[in-house]
Design a protein around this ligand. Structure first.
Ligand SMILES: Nc1nc2c(ncn2[C@@H]2O[C@H](COP(=O)(O)OP(=O)(O)O)[C@@H](O)[C@H]2O)c(=O)[nH]1
Ligand SMILES: [Mg+2]
Length: 374
């Protein structure tokens, strides 16, 4: 076609010989499209579940990534394949320490995890970082991990970083994160870090899947501290006041003391462990080693007094019940008759022509009778 692939300054006549190659519009280097192709293959069952499991267990990070992609997929056939995969992985999971980290956006979670994770990788641990991002389930946006991308940690051969699953219900994300933890442990990662933002229910969910829960705090006005949700403080095994450097160092120390005063009156999150406040500077690496010392002491103490195993067991039972509840809820609301009937019932309830209890009775009669007629 005339004029195509000609520089815009060329004259519009045939004799002009100069032309250019059209550029690549997306994915500026070949790497990404290559990645995508491989990803597609796994999802399209090109690799058998057995081969995938073997590669994950041999520590192949790309295959671990793909395993998690499978776990995170909302497609029915992927769900089944993921469950088969997890079944194969279960016998291979290594003993691990699971650490949850929360804090408001900007507290320095990513900077902290990069510094902390890197130092652990250097000690010879294999560190996996997963994220639970409540914002992405609600709005599709993300408040986690965008500013600081943990590039240095990501390049370490002992590290594995996984951005948050971005679709599905909170319950779904819950399952996906837990199953991703299993996949990481089967791949030999012995330190699992789960990051979340301090909003909504996500801290409670993350607390329910980790051994040690760390609240990363920052300095603020004194009364801000008073207004801080006690609920979050009661979940924490340590409160670390970050950015204790430069001019902020003194204030950070003061904030630490204030936290300690409040903590004194709160129920500790873990039996036999006293939650305390600490300071650190993730940016300069100060206090990071102390946090690790605290965690190792915690693990030692809780393993000795049985609280560690007790918590892991109750967590897995809670997970069982959470999944039962979710499945029941889906089964109810996806039920054909319920779907048809519910709008009318809803209308009647809104108009107060029937009571809520009557409405529920009527709905359940429909729901349960469909099982009796089978
Ligand atoms: N001065 C100082 N700044 C820090 C420290 N840790 C993080 N920051 C800065 O705080 C900002 C937010 O950090 P980031 O790790 O992205 O926070 P996140 O939103 O909790 O993940 C960045 O500009 C960091 O450079 C610290 O220890 N000291
Ligand atoms: Mg971040």
């Amino acid at each position: 076609m005339e004029g195509t692939n000609r520089p815009e300054w060329s004259e519009n006549n045939q004799s002009f010989s100069s032309s250019y190659m059209p550029g690549v519009h997306s994915m500026h280097d070949g790497l990404q499209s290559y990645k995508k192709k491989k990803f597609q293959k796994v999802m399209d069952t090109d690799i058998s579940t057995e081969v995938l499991a073997d590669k994950v267990m041999s520590g192949d990070r790309i295959m671990l990534s793909k395993a998690i992609t499978l776990i995170e997929s909302n497609a029915r056939q992927h769900y089944q394949k993921a469950q088969e995969l997890l079944h194969l992985l279960l016998p291979n999971i290594c003993p691990s320490i699971r650490i949850g980290i929360t804090g408001v956006p900007g507290a320095g979670k990513s900077t902290f995890i990069e510094e902390f994770g890197f130092s652990l990788c250097e000690k010879g641990y294999k560190v996996a970082v997963l994220a639970v991002d409540p914002s992405s389930t609600v709005s599709g946006g993300s408040i986690l991990g965008d500013k600081t991308r943990m590039e240095r940690l990501a390049r370490h051969p002992n590290a594995f970083i996984r951005p948050s699953p971005s679709t599905g219900t909170l319950g779904g994300v819950h399952r996906k994160t837990r199953e991703s933890i299993i996949a990481c442990e089967a791949a030999g990662y012995d330190i699992i870090i789960v990051e979340t933002v301090g909003v909504g229910q996500s801290e409670v969910i993350v607390r329910g899947m980790v051994d040690f829960f760390l609240l990363l705090a920052i300095t603020g006005a004194g009364d801000e501290l008073q207004g801080m949700k006690k609920g979050i403080m009661e979940l924490a095994d340590a409160i670390v006041v970050n950015k204790a450097d430069g001019e902020n160092k003194k204030l950070a120390e003061k904030t630490k003391r204030e936290y300690n005063q409040i903590l004194h009156f709160l129920m500790p999150a873990t039996r036999g462990w006293e939650t305390k406040a600490y300071t650190c500077s993730a940016l300069y690496g100060d206090g990071i080693q102390e946090v690790w010392n605290t965690i190792t002491l915690f693990i030692e103490k809780t393993k000795n007094n049985g609280a560690f195993t007790e918590r892991r067991q109750s967590q897995i039972i809670e997970w069982l019940f959470a999944m039962i509840r979710e499945r029941l809820e889906n089964s109810f609301f996806q039920h054909n008759e319920i779907k048809q009937y519910l709008p009318f019932i809803q209308d009647a309830v809104a108009k107060e022509t029937i009571t809520v209890s009557n409405a529920v009775d009527a709905l359940f009669q429909k729901y349960e009778s469909s099982f009796e007629n089978r």
